[in-house]
Design a protein around this ligand. Structure first.
Ligand SMILES: Cc1cc2nc3c(=O)[nH]c(=O)nc-3n(C[C@H](O)[C@H](O)[C@H](O)COP(=O)(O)OP(=O)(O)OC[C@H]3O[C@@H](n4cnc5c(N)ncnc54)[C@H](O)[C@@H]3O)c2cc1C
Length: 419
């Protein structure tokens, strides 16, 4: 998402763009990968992990499709596809493929190309180039590394791959299976097991509820009672025979016992850590100008430009809890134009309409209140209903225009503006 957003904006500004993508297709996290870091399911041994994908098979969005589009290319439902407001992950992948087709982005993308090093070339700072070393991963016989020079580099490698793990006494000696959600795909491997799910975020709750259906019992570990919303409590009481709440893991014992904060313990087969991800830029050598400290990337002005290396080095996609890809598009516009104002301050974007903001917030509130059903059952306010109706109409008009004569199509996609 962030890479494609950047490529389009940079080309719109007349730059000569190359996207280096390690996998065999675009889509990033949204390209579901059934493979896992099997030999290292905790992802603790290697950085970077070998498998980029962290999405599980059943994943449905937690953000409504109406809040998840590029400004001029809406994430509109399409006949024959997953038309739900909160569709499955594949729908976003297909949407990104459509985005590439609509704006001819694939010609900029070099697939199967892993970036192994990005560093400044020697020379005075203002004229310094970036040396980018990459390897053709499509070649099975160990391809040679290639080094190329670029005027500027946009880093958009994502940050939902490298597992973040808690530090729990006994982790190294515990005899059961330990997995990070990065390596979770389907519940079947946990059939009839006693499973501990550590972490009460969106993935932890999703995975606990899914594994519960096949496991003997699931213990969901929250950091504190503050994470236990009324609705989570309701779900826990509904499935009290198989889903249990625990607070804090105190220690893990060699014999397979998991001891919780209140002193109680259980004998478990598997622990699934749903404890988030770390930022990681194993290929980037800025000689200390940009570092990751306590999982914060910096120093970055507005989370985009490292002051000492701007504008030739930038980061798109770092912040979380933003509208994606809308926010990435805004960052990319700023990178491509640099001098313009960001979002309302730096970009010529209109600010987010009130109804869209209301929809985002009400979806989150609904998720807390109706954990099991929030994706399918919601009550829209009048302003959301009106906004969504207008949004559907304008999406339909754009689709009709796209199917019409060439000039109309190009206009609707904004291609003419690029010249
Ligand atoms: C389980 C899960 C659920 C999520 N649910 C939602 C949701 O409901 N709504 C939402 O808005 N967001 C959700 N997200 C977040 C979502 O992943 C991001 O919004 C978005 O995909 C980030 O896009 P990105 O381009 O920054 O990163 P990515 O999608 O990770 O793309 C990064 C790309 O860089 C490539 N790359 C990395 N390193 C290299 C290298 N060295 N050389 C070459 N290429 C490289 C990767 O192969 C990948 O294609 C979820 C994430 C996860 C893991």
């Amino acid at each position: 998402m962030a890479g494609l957003a950047s490529a389009r904006e940079l080309r719109r500004e007349g730059h000569d763009v190359t996207v280096l993508e390690q996998s065999g297709d675009v889509g990033g996290q949204w390209r579901y990968d059934p493979m896992t870091d099997g030999a290292d399911p905790l992802g603790a041994a290697a950085a970077p992990v070998k498998v980029h994908g962290s999405m599980y098979a059943s994943l449905r969005l937690i953000s409504a499709r109406e809040t998840m589009g590029f400004t001029d290319f809406q994430f509109a439902p399409k006949d024959g596809r997953d038309v739900r407001r909160f569709p499955g992950h594949r729908e976003v992948y297909l949407y990104l493929k459509d985005f590439c087709d609509a704006f001819g982005l694939m010609e900029l993308v070099r697939l199967n190309t892993g970036v192994v090093r990005v560093a400044l070339a020697p020379g005075p700072i203002p004229t310094r180039q970036w040396m980018v070393r990459s390897v053709d991963l499509g070649k099975s016989d160990g391809a040679e590394e290639v080094e190329e020079e670029f005027d500027a580099v946009v880093v958009a490698n994502g940050h939902y791959s490298q597992p973040r793990l808690p530090s729990i006494v006994g982790m190294e000696v515990w005899r059961g299976r330990q997995v990070h959600s990065h390596s979770y795909r389907v519940p079947e491997p946990f059939r009839d097991e006693v499973v501990v799910v550590v972490g009460c975020g969106a993935s932890g709750k999703d995975i606990a509820m899914e594994v519960r259906r096949v496991a003997k019992e699931v213990h969901l570990v929250a950091k504190s009672m503050e994470e236990v919303t009324q609705e989570l409590a309701k779900v826990l009481s509904k499935y009290s025979a198989s889903l249990h709440l625990q607070l804090h893991v105190e220690r893990l014992c060699e014999d397979g016992r998991v001891v919780f904060g209140d002193g109680s313990s259980i004998l478990a087969d598997t622990i699934i850590y749903c404890t988030g991800f770390n930022y990681s830029f194993p290929f980037l050598d800025t000689e200390g100008a940009v570092t990751v400290d306590d999982n914060c990337v910096g120093p970055l002005f507005e989370h985009v430009f490292p002051p000492s290396l701007a504008p030739s080095l930038s980061f798109v996609g770092i912040p979380v809890k933003v509208f994606a890809p809308w926010f990435f598009e805004a960052q990319a516009k700023w990178v491509a134009q640099f001098m313009d104002e960001f979002v309302s301050k730096y970009c010529d974007f209109r600010s987010v309409e009130k109804w869209r903001y209301e929809l985002l917030v009400s979806s989150l509130v609904n998720m807390f209140d109706n954990l099991e059903t929030f994706r399918d059952e919601y009550q829209d306010s009048d302003s959301i209903r009106k906004g969504v109706e207008e949004w559907h109409l304008s999406a339909q008009r754009a689709q009709a225009a796209a199917a019409g004569p060439a000039t109309t199509k190009e206009q609707s996609l904004g291609l003419l503006e690029q010249g």
